[in-house]
Design a protein around this ligand. Structure first.
Ligand SMILES: Nc1ncnc2c1ncn2[C@@H]1O[C@H](COP(=O)(O)OP(=O)(O)O)[C@@H](O)[C@H]1O
Ligand SMILES: [Mg+2]
Length: 379
Protein backbone atom coordinates (compact mmCIF):
# COMPACT_ATOMS: atom_id res chain seq x y z
CA UNK A 1 0.00 0.00 0.00
CA UNK A 2 1.47 3.42 -0.89
CA UNK A 3 2.35 5.62 2.04
CA UNK A 4 0.25 8.75 2.40
CA UNK A 5 2.14 11.96 1.59
CA UNK A 6 3.68 13.83 4.52
CA UNK A 7 1.09 16.17 5.96
CA UNK A 8 2.14 19.77 5.50
CA UNK A 9 0.25 21.32 8.42
CA UNK A 10 -1.71 20.43 11.51
CA UNK A 11 -5.17 20.32 9.93
CA UNK A 12 -4.26 17.99 7.13
CA UNK A 13 -2.44 15.82 9.67
CA UNK A 14 -5.79 15.13 11.35
CA UNK A 15 -7.51 14.27 8.09
CA UNK A 16 -4.73 12.29 6.49
CA UNK A 17 -5.52 8.64 5.88
CA UNK A 18 -2.97 6.60 7.76
CA UNK A 19 -3.23 2.86 7.06
CA UNK A 20 -4.98 2.35 10.41
CA UNK A 21 -7.71 4.90 10.06
CA UNK A 22 -8.11 4.10 6.37
CA UNK A 23 -9.26 0.66 7.48
CA UNK A 24 -11.64 2.26 9.93
CA UNK A 25 -12.93 4.51 7.17
CA UNK A 26 -13.58 1.50 4.92
CA UNK A 27 -15.55 -0.03 7.76
CA UNK A 28 -17.53 3.12 8.35
CA UNK A 29 -18.43 3.44 4.67
CA UNK A 30 -19.71 -0.13 4.63
CA UNK A 31 -21.74 0.58 7.75
CA UNK A 32 -23.34 3.67 6.28
CA UNK A 33 -24.06 3.07 2.61
CA UNK A 34 -27.59 2.14 1.65
CA UNK A 35 -26.53 -0.72 -0.65
CA UNK A 36 -26.50 -4.24 0.74
CA UNK A 37 -22.98 -5.64 0.65
CA UNK A 38 -22.53 -9.39 1.13
CA UNK A 39 -19.12 -11.06 0.89
CA UNK A 40 -18.62 -14.78 0.21
CA UNK A 41 -15.56 -16.96 0.61
CA UNK A 42 -14.32 -19.06 -2.30
CA UNK A 43 -16.71 -21.87 -1.24
CA UNK A 44 -19.66 -19.53 -1.46
CA UNK A 45 -20.23 -19.07 2.27
CA UNK A 46 -21.20 -15.69 3.68
CA UNK A 47 -18.28 -14.04 5.43
CA UNK A 48 -19.54 -10.51 5.90
CA UNK A 49 -22.72 -8.45 5.68
CA UNK A 50 -23.25 -4.76 6.22
CA UNK A 51 -26.28 -3.31 8.08
CA UNK A 52 -28.01 -2.46 4.79
CA UNK A 53 -27.84 -6.16 3.87
CA UNK A 54 -29.49 -7.09 7.17
CA UNK A 55 -32.23 -4.53 6.54
CA UNK A 56 -32.82 -5.68 2.96
CA UNK A 57 -32.94 -9.39 3.80
CA UNK A 58 -34.90 -8.66 7.01
CA UNK A 59 -32.61 -11.06 8.87
CA UNK A 60 -29.77 -10.46 11.26
CA UNK A 61 -26.15 -10.85 10.34
CA UNK A 62 -25.93 -13.68 12.90
CA UNK A 63 -28.64 -15.63 11.08
CA UNK A 64 -26.89 -15.30 7.73
CA UNK A 65 -23.15 -15.40 8.39
CA UNK A 66 -21.55 -18.74 7.50
CA UNK A 67 -24.48 -19.85 5.39
CA UNK A 68 -23.94 -21.03 1.87
CA UNK A 69 -25.19 -18.83 -0.95
CA UNK A 70 -27.41 -21.73 -2.09
CA UNK A 71 -29.20 -21.46 1.22
CA UNK A 72 -29.21 -17.67 1.43
CA UNK A 73 -30.64 -17.24 -2.08
CA UNK A 74 -32.64 -20.44 -2.15
CA UNK A 75 -34.36 -20.92 -5.54
CA UNK A 76 -33.19 -17.51 -6.72
CA UNK A 77 -31.44 -18.60 -9.88
CA UNK A 78 -30.32 -15.18 -11.05
CA UNK A 79 -28.68 -14.16 -7.78
CA UNK A 80 -26.98 -17.55 -7.48
CA UNK A 81 -25.78 -17.28 -11.06
CA UNK A 82 -24.22 -13.88 -10.35
CA UNK A 83 -22.34 -15.22 -7.31
CA UNK A 84 -21.23 -18.26 -9.28
CA UNK A 85 -19.85 -16.24 -12.19
CA UNK A 86 -17.91 -14.01 -9.79
CA UNK A 87 -16.53 -17.00 -7.84
CA UNK A 88 -15.85 -19.49 -10.63
CA UNK A 89 -15.02 -17.26 -13.56
CA UNK A 90 -13.46 -14.42 -11.62
CA UNK A 91 -15.32 -11.68 -13.45
CA UNK A 92 -17.84 -9.07 -12.39
CA UNK A 93 -21.43 -9.16 -13.56
CA UNK A 94 -24.59 -7.06 -13.15
CA UNK A 95 -28.28 -7.76 -13.48
CA UNK A 96 -30.97 -5.15 -13.30
CA UNK A 97 -33.72 -6.63 -15.44
CA UNK A 98 -36.85 -7.33 -13.40
CA UNK A 99 -34.92 -8.91 -10.55
CA UNK A 100 -36.70 -9.60 -7.25
CA UNK A 101 -35.15 -10.49 -3.93
CA UNK A 102 -37.23 -13.17 -2.22
CA UNK A 103 -37.17 -13.02 1.55
CA UNK A 104 -38.27 -15.38 4.28
CA UNK A 105 -40.37 -13.02 6.34
CA UNK A 106 -41.13 -10.20 3.95
CA UNK A 107 -42.54 -9.42 0.53
CA UNK A 108 -40.30 -9.75 -2.57
CA UNK A 109 -38.30 -6.63 -3.25
CA UNK A 110 -37.40 -5.22 -6.68
CA UNK A 111 -33.60 -4.94 -6.76
CA UNK A 112 -30.60 -4.82 -8.99
CA UNK A 113 -27.49 -6.81 -8.15
CA UNK A 114 -23.81 -6.73 -8.95
CA UNK A 115 -21.26 -9.41 -8.13
CA UNK A 116 -17.49 -9.16 -8.40
CA UNK A 117 -14.53 -11.35 -7.46
CA UNK A 118 -12.40 -10.29 -4.49
CA UNK A 119 -8.68 -10.46 -5.07
CA UNK A 120 -6.26 -10.82 -2.18
CA UNK A 121 -3.06 -8.78 -2.13
CA UNK A 122 -1.05 -11.34 -4.12
CA UNK A 123 -3.62 -11.39 -6.91
CA UNK A 124 -5.17 -14.71 -5.88
CA UNK A 125 -8.93 -14.74 -5.83
CA UNK A 126 -10.40 -14.88 -2.36
CA UNK A 127 -14.18 -15.04 -2.67
CA UNK A 128 -16.68 -12.63 -4.13
CA UNK A 129 -18.74 -9.65 -3.10
CA UNK A 130 -22.32 -8.95 -4.03
CA UNK A 131 -23.95 -5.53 -3.91
CA UNK A 132 -27.72 -5.34 -3.95
CA UNK A 133 -29.70 -2.15 -4.38
CA UNK A 134 -33.30 -1.74 -3.25
CA UNK A 135 -35.31 -0.33 -6.17
CA UNK A 136 -38.71 -0.22 -4.50
CA UNK A 137 -38.73 3.56 -4.12
CA UNK A 138 -37.61 4.05 -7.72
CA UNK A 139 -40.21 1.57 -8.97
CA UNK A 140 -42.93 3.36 -6.99
CA UNK A 141 -41.85 6.63 -8.58
CA UNK A 142 -41.85 5.11 -12.07
CA UNK A 143 -45.29 3.55 -11.53
CA UNK A 144 -46.62 6.80 -10.22
CA UNK A 145 -45.26 8.75 -13.20
CA UNK A 146 -46.60 6.23 -15.68
CA UNK A 147 -50.06 6.38 -14.15
CA UNK A 148 -49.96 10.17 -14.09
CA UNK A 149 -48.94 10.23 -17.74
CA UNK A 150 -51.73 7.95 -18.79
CA UNK A 151 -54.22 9.85 -16.72
CA UNK A 152 -53.22 13.18 -18.19
CA UNK A 153 -53.59 11.74 -21.70
CA UNK A 154 -57.01 10.36 -20.82
CA UNK A 155 -57.88 13.63 -19.14
CA UNK A 156 -57.05 15.66 -22.24
CA UNK A 157 -59.00 13.28 -24.44
CA UNK A 158 -61.95 13.23 -22.07
CA UNK A 159 -62.00 16.99 -21.65
CA UNK A 160 -62.06 17.43 -25.43
CA UNK A 161 -64.84 14.90 -25.83
CA UNK A 162 -66.78 16.33 -22.92
CA UNK A 163 -66.64 19.77 -24.46
CA UNK A 164 -68.00 18.39 -27.73
CA UNK A 165 -70.87 16.65 -25.95
CA UNK A 166 -71.86 19.59 -23.78
CA UNK A 167 -73.17 21.74 -26.66
CA UNK A 168 -75.56 19.25 -28.30
CA UNK A 169 -76.61 18.17 -24.85
CA UNK A 170 -77.56 21.74 -24.03
CA UNK A 171 -79.61 21.73 -27.25
CA UNK A 172 -81.47 18.57 -26.23
CA UNK A 173 -82.26 19.90 -22.79
CA UNK A 174 -83.43 23.24 -24.18
CA UNK A 175 -85.68 21.51 -26.71
CA UNK A 176 -87.16 19.27 -24.01
CA UNK A 177 -87.91 22.35 -21.88
CA UNK A 178 -89.63 24.07 -24.81
CA UNK A 179 -91.62 20.93 -25.55
CA UNK A 180 -92.67 20.74 -21.92
CA UNK A 181 -93.93 24.33 -22.04
CA UNK A 182 -95.82 23.68 -25.30
CA UNK A 183 -97.54 20.64 -23.83
CA UNK A 184 -99.01 22.61 -20.96
CA UNK A 185 -99.49 21.72 -17.29
CA UNK A 186 -102.09 18.96 -17.73
CA UNK A 187 -100.50 16.90 -20.48
CA UNK A 188 -99.64 13.33 -19.50
CA UNK A 189 -96.71 13.52 -21.92
CA UNK A 190 -94.95 15.93 -19.57
CA UNK A 191 -93.69 12.97 -17.53
CA UNK A 192 -91.57 12.08 -20.55
CA UNK A 193 -90.17 15.55 -21.06
CA UNK A 194 -89.29 15.67 -17.33
CA UNK A 195 -87.31 12.44 -17.75
CA UNK A 196 -85.51 13.89 -20.77
CA UNK A 197 -84.53 17.00 -18.80
CA UNK A 198 -83.44 15.04 -15.74
CA UNK A 199 -81.34 12.60 -17.74
CA UNK A 200 -79.73 15.39 -19.75
CA UNK A 201 -78.79 17.03 -16.43
CA UNK A 202 -77.33 13.75 -15.23
CA UNK A 203 -75.13 13.43 -18.31
CA UNK A 204 -74.06 17.02 -17.80
CA UNK A 205 -73.03 16.26 -14.23
CA UNK A 206 -70.96 13.26 -15.31
CA UNK A 207 -69.27 15.34 -17.99
CA UNK A 208 -68.45 18.15 -15.58
CA UNK A 209 -66.92 15.66 -13.19
CA UNK A 210 -64.81 14.31 -16.04
CA UNK A 211 -63.71 17.78 -17.14
CA UNK A 212 -62.77 18.47 -13.53
CA UNK A 213 -60.49 15.45 -13.60
CA UNK A 214 -58.78 16.61 -16.77
CA UNK A 215 -58.32 20.13 -15.55
CA UNK A 216 -59.04 20.61 -11.83
CA UNK A 217 -58.54 23.85 -9.99
CA UNK A 218 -54.93 24.54 -8.99
CA UNK A 219 -54.19 23.63 -5.36
CA UNK A 220 -54.31 26.43 -2.79
CA UNK A 221 -51.28 25.75 -0.66
CA UNK A 222 -51.34 26.20 3.09
CA UNK A 223 -50.36 24.38 6.27
CA UNK A 224 -52.34 21.17 6.62
CA UNK A 225 -52.58 19.36 9.92
CA UNK A 226 -52.75 15.72 8.77
CA UNK A 227 -53.73 14.45 12.19
CA UNK A 228 -56.85 16.58 12.25
CA UNK A 229 -57.77 15.78 8.64
CA UNK A 230 -57.42 12.03 9.22
CA UNK A 231 -59.32 12.15 12.51
CA UNK A 232 -62.23 13.92 10.80
CA UNK A 233 -62.31 11.37 8.00
CA UNK A 234 -62.39 8.47 10.44
CA UNK A 235 -65.27 10.08 12.29
CA UNK A 236 -67.31 10.27 9.08
CA UNK A 237 -66.36 6.80 7.87
CA UNK A 238 -67.23 5.21 11.22
CA UNK A 239 -70.72 6.57 10.75
CA UNK A 240 -70.92 5.23 7.18
CA UNK A 241 -69.70 1.80 8.35
CA UNK A 242 -72.38 1.35 11.02
CA UNK A 243 -73.91 -1.67 9.29
CA UNK A 244 -70.53 -3.43 9.15
CA UNK A 245 -68.30 -4.27 12.07
CA UNK A 246 -65.12 -2.51 11.12
CA UNK A 247 -62.47 -1.42 13.58
CA UNK A 248 -60.85 1.84 12.59
CA UNK A 249 -57.39 2.29 14.05
CA UNK A 250 -55.20 5.36 13.95
CA UNK A 251 -51.48 5.31 14.60
CA UNK A 252 -50.41 8.87 14.00
CA UNK A 253 -46.94 10.17 14.71
CA UNK A 254 -47.64 13.31 16.79
CA UNK A 255 -44.28 14.83 15.88
CA UNK A 256 -45.16 15.28 12.21
CA UNK A 257 -45.19 18.98 11.32
CA UNK A 258 -47.98 20.38 9.10
CA UNK A 259 -47.52 19.52 5.43
CA UNK A 260 -47.71 22.12 2.70
CA UNK A 261 -50.77 21.38 0.67
CA UNK A 262 -54.37 22.10 -0.22
CA UNK A 263 -56.48 21.00 2.71
CA UNK A 264 -59.68 20.30 0.81
CA UNK A 265 -57.86 18.36 -1.93
CA UNK A 266 -55.89 16.32 0.62
CA UNK A 267 -59.09 15.62 2.54
CA UNK A 268 -60.67 14.38 -0.68
CA UNK A 269 -57.63 12.22 -1.40
CA UNK A 270 -57.60 10.48 1.99
CA UNK A 271 -61.38 10.21 2.05
CA UNK A 272 -61.28 8.35 -1.28
CA UNK A 273 -58.64 5.95 0.03
CA UNK A 274 -60.32 5.32 3.38
CA UNK A 275 -63.65 4.84 1.64
CA UNK A 276 -62.11 2.25 -0.69
CA UNK A 277 -60.59 0.49 2.31
CA UNK A 278 -63.97 0.37 4.05
CA UNK A 279 -65.74 -0.82 0.90
CA UNK A 280 -63.17 -3.59 0.40
CA UNK A 281 -64.32 -5.17 3.68
CA UNK A 282 -67.52 -7.16 3.34
CA UNK A 283 -68.49 -7.80 6.97
CA UNK A 284 -65.88 -7.39 9.61
CA UNK A 285 -62.31 -6.29 9.43
CA UNK A 286 -59.87 -3.56 10.21
CA UNK A 287 -58.83 -0.29 8.63
CA UNK A 288 -55.55 1.09 9.90
CA UNK A 289 -54.20 4.56 9.21
CA UNK A 290 -50.58 5.23 10.03
CA UNK A 291 -48.40 8.28 9.56
CA UNK A 292 -44.66 8.42 9.89
CA UNK A 293 -41.71 10.45 8.68
CA UNK A 294 -40.08 8.43 5.90
CA UNK A 295 -36.39 7.75 6.26
CA UNK A 296 -35.62 8.90 2.74
CA UNK A 297 -35.66 12.16 0.90
CA UNK A 298 -37.32 12.90 -2.38
CA UNK A 299 -36.93 15.51 -5.09
CA UNK A 300 -40.19 17.30 -5.63
CA UNK A 301 -39.16 18.48 -9.08
CA UNK A 302 -36.22 19.17 -11.35
CA UNK A 303 -33.87 21.69 -9.82
CA UNK A 304 -35.61 21.66 -6.45
CA UNK A 305 -34.11 20.86 -3.10
CA UNK A 306 -34.97 17.38 -1.96
CA UNK A 307 -37.44 17.24 0.88
CA UNK A 308 -38.08 14.77 3.69
CA UNK A 309 -41.29 12.86 3.10
CA UNK A 310 -44.18 11.91 5.31
CA UNK A 311 -45.75 8.52 4.62
CA UNK A 312 -49.46 8.01 5.21
CA UNK A 313 -50.47 4.36 4.95
CA UNK A 314 -54.08 3.23 4.76
CA UNK A 315 -54.34 -0.52 5.09
CA UNK A 316 -57.36 -2.77 5.19
CA UNK A 317 -58.09 -6.43 5.72
CA UNK A 318 -60.44 -6.46 2.75
CA UNK A 319 -60.71 -8.36 -0.52
CA UNK A 320 -57.39 -7.20 -1.99
CA UNK A 321 -56.65 -6.43 -5.64
CA UNK A 322 -55.89 -9.04 -8.29
CA UNK A 323 -52.47 -8.41 -9.90
CA UNK A 324 -54.05 -8.12 -13.38
CA UNK A 325 -56.36 -5.37 -12.09
CA UNK A 326 -53.56 -3.35 -10.56
CA UNK A 327 -53.06 -1.19 -13.68
CA UNK A 328 -56.72 -0.74 -14.46
CA UNK A 329 -57.90 0.51 -11.09
CA UNK A 330 -56.57 4.01 -11.89
CA UNK A 331 -58.46 4.25 -15.14
CA UNK A 332 -61.40 6.66 -14.79
CA UNK A 333 -64.72 4.77 -14.54
CA UNK A 334 -63.08 1.42 -13.83
CA UNK A 335 -64.96 -0.05 -10.91
CA UNK A 336 -65.73 -3.51 -9.54
CA UNK A 337 -68.56 -2.16 -7.37
CA UNK A 338 -72.22 -2.09 -8.31
CA UNK A 339 -72.55 1.52 -7.15
CA UNK A 340 -68.98 2.66 -7.76
CA UNK A 341 -68.08 5.72 -9.81
CA UNK A 342 -64.62 4.46 -10.67
CA UNK A 343 -63.24 7.97 -10.24
CA UNK A 344 -61.86 7.73 -6.68
CA UNK A 345 -58.37 6.55 -7.49
CA UNK A 346 -58.04 8.60 -10.67
CA UNK A 347 -58.78 11.71 -8.61
CA UNK A 348 -56.48 10.53 -5.80
CA UNK A 349 -53.63 10.04 -8.26
CA UNK A 350 -54.14 13.52 -9.69
CA UNK A 351 -54.14 15.15 -6.25
CA UNK A 352 -50.99 13.28 -5.24
CA UNK A 353 -49.29 14.38 -8.42
CA UNK A 354 -50.27 18.02 -7.82
CA UNK A 355 -48.66 17.74 -4.38
CA UNK A 356 -45.46 16.25 -5.82
CA UNK A 357 -46.13 13.05 -3.92
CA UNK A 358 -46.01 9.35 -4.63
CA UNK A 359 -48.42 6.47 -4.23
CA UNK A 360 -47.33 2.93 -3.48
CA UNK A 361 -49.72 -0.02 -3.44
CA UNK A 362 -49.23 -3.40 -1.83
CA UNK A 363 -52.05 -5.89 -2.04
CA UNK A 364 -52.66 -9.59 -1.60
CA UNK A 365 -55.97 -10.88 -2.95
CA UNK A 366 -58.09 -12.22 -0.12
CA UNK A 367 -55.91 -10.64 2.55
CA UNK A 368 -55.97 -6.91 2.11
CA UNK A 369 -54.43 -3.81 0.68
CA UNK A 370 -52.08 -1.11 1.86
CA UNK A 371 -51.90 2.21 0.04
CA UNK A 372 -49.05 4.51 1.03
CA UNK A 373 -49.12 8.16 0.07
CA UNK A 374 -45.75 9.93 0.43
CA UNK A 375 -45.92 13.70 0.57
CA UNK A 376 -43.00 16.11 0.75
CA UNK A 377 -42.88 18.17 3.94
CA UNK A 378 -41.40 21.16 2.15
CA UNK A 379 -42.21 22.59 -1.21
N1 LIG B 1 -58.50 -0.84 -0.73
C1 LIG B 1 -58.93 -1.53 -1.80
N2 LIG B 1 -59.12 -2.88 -1.73
C2 LIG B 1 -59.56 -3.57 -2.79
N3 LIG B 1 -59.82 -3.03 -4.01
C3 LIG B 1 -59.67 -1.71 -4.15
C4 LIG B 1 -59.22 -0.87 -3.06
N4 LIG B 1 -59.14 0.38 -3.52
C5 LIG B 1 -59.54 0.36 -4.81
N5 LIG B 1 -59.87 -0.89 -5.21
C6 LIG B 1 -60.34 -1.32 -6.54
O1 LIG B 1 -60.17 -0.24 -7.45
C7 LIG B 1 -61.39 0.06 -8.08
C8 LIG B 1 -61.44 1.54 -8.41
O2 LIG B 1 -61.48 2.32 -7.25
P1 LIG B 1 -62.03 3.81 -7.31
O3 LIG B 1 -61.32 4.52 -8.41
O4 LIG B 1 -61.97 4.41 -5.96
O5 LIG B 1 -63.53 3.64 -7.78
P2 LIG B 1 -64.77 3.02 -6.97
O6 LIG B 1 -64.42 2.98 -5.52
O7 LIG B 1 -65.89 3.94 -7.26
O8 LIG B 1 -64.98 1.65 -7.55
C9 LIG B 1 -62.46 -0.41 -7.12
O9 LIG B 1 -63.68 -0.69 -7.77
C10 LIG B 1 -61.81 -1.66 -6.54
O10 LIG B 1 -61.97 -2.77 -7.40
MG1 LIG C 1 -63.59 4.59 -4.52
Amino acid sequence: MPMPPEPSNATSRENAATPGNEQALYGMILENIDRAVIAFDQEGRVTLLNPAAEALMERSSKQMRGRHCQELFKDQETLLYLVKVALDEGRSITDDEGLYLHRVNAAPLPVNAYAAPIFASRGNQDGAVMIIRDLSRIRALEDSLRRADRLSMLGTLAAGLAHEIKNPLGGIKGAAQLLSMELGEESALRDYTQIMIKEAERINFIIEELMDLGNPRPPEIGDVDLTRVLNDIILLQKEAARSQSIRFQLKLDPSIPPVQGDESLLTRLFLNLVKNAREAISHDGEVLIETRIASNYHMTGPGRRSSPMVDITISDTGCGIEPEEMERIFTPYFTTKSKGSGLGLAIAQKIIEDHHGLLKIESSPGQGTAMTVSLPLRR
